[in-house]
Ligand binder design. Sequence first.
Ligand SMILES: *[C@@H]1O[C@H](CO)[C@@H](O)[C@H](O)[C@H]1NC(C)=O
Ligand SMILES: *[C@@H]1O[C@H](CO)[C@@H](O)[C@H](O)[C@H]1NC(C)=O
Ligand SMILES: *[C@@H]1O[C@H](CO)[C@@H](O)[C@H](O)[C@H]1NC(C)=O
Length: 344
Amino acid sequence: MFWNTLAAVALLGQSASAQNMLRFGCSQLTTERADPLVNPGQIPSPHTHQIIGGNSFNITMDPSNHDLAAQSTCTSCTYSEDFSNYWTASLYFKSPENGTFQRVPQFANVGLQQDGGMTVYYMPYSAKNNKVTAFKPGFRMLAGDPMTKKNNRISICHRCLGNGEGFAPCDAKDTGELPNKYCPKGIRATIIFPSCWDGKSLDSPDHKSHVAYSNSGGLGSPSCPSTHPVAIPQVMYEIMWDTGRYQNSAWYGTNKQPFVYSFGDGTGYGQHGDYLFGWKDDSLQKAMDALPTGKCANANCSVLKVQSAQDAMKCKNSQQVVEDVGASGKWIKELPGGVAVTYA
Ligand SMILES: *[C@@H]1O[C@H](CO)[C@@H](O)[C@H](O)[C@H]1NC(C)=O
Ligand SMILES: *[C@@H]1O[C@H](CO)[C@@H](O)[C@H](O)[C@H]1NC(C)=O
Ligand SMILES: *[C@@H]1O[C@H](CO)[C@@H](O)[C@H](O)[C@H]1NC(C)=O
């Protein structure tokens, strides 16, 4: 029931009475080689990211003096009180014929209207009675590991769309690796963050150890470890890569499918997501508290302010790291930063 509800909500974007969650779209804010979490101050950072959320996003976002909600004047997300920043690596198509690259565009998820970007979820899945503690100002975290060569399908996964839906994100029908075949309706990448917190640290040196999954990974069952006893909203990203346009590739079905992440990963195990909390005041806590009442679900949470998709799409940052990261339809000779392609 739980999984069916979740799968249905994830698929259809309809409200679920048993397990309400937030599910909303965010348009692209910018796409560039910037990473204020892992490589603060570095211009350019090693690889391309696609970034959404509040427009105070910058190369350096030191939590001691950067208040996302105070310094942003708009957000590319549905909820106008959400000035958080969310980002992942970009995906590229590599031509088997001549080795040049094209950045794969993103499209809107089921039921959402957006320009690129991704879908963001906040779920109360490790909590008793849906009671979760929202993040505090300055909170940040990382899910996934760009260096890994291991399959971690329960937290980081890919779905070849058009192959039958209706199951929970990152279940056994999804793959840790990029699908080894042509996906006419796109590839959906999912990144599931931990749902338990140590209750103290806003960050940690690896941006991970202050949080924990409630089981060995993936979507939480309702129990947090004693080291990380506080149930936080489980954040999940979905990115819809428009792979349908790449119909012909000699590499489909070989161990060298034609897509590669911006950090050179041609397998996909290393896809990762970064999160910088930036909701205004206690708006996220209010939303989490309203989930069990039925007044708050998906992109229609009555205790939050909703902006129009047009206004969200208008919120854009120009690149601070000005370079061609492979605009839609344009071929580039190498991955930005000259990153080499590797296969696990
Ligand atoms: C980023 O930071 C620089 C230096 O502090 C500042 O000049 C610039 O306006 C900031 N950009 C944004 C989008 O806030
Ligand atoms: C490289 O190959 C792709 C097809 O895979 C083609 O569309 C593109 O025009 C080629 N570019 C060059 C510079 O030959
Ligand atoms: C949003 O929720 C309100 C009240 O719960 C309902 O009246 C309205 O139809 C919903 N809107 C959408 C777009 O689902």
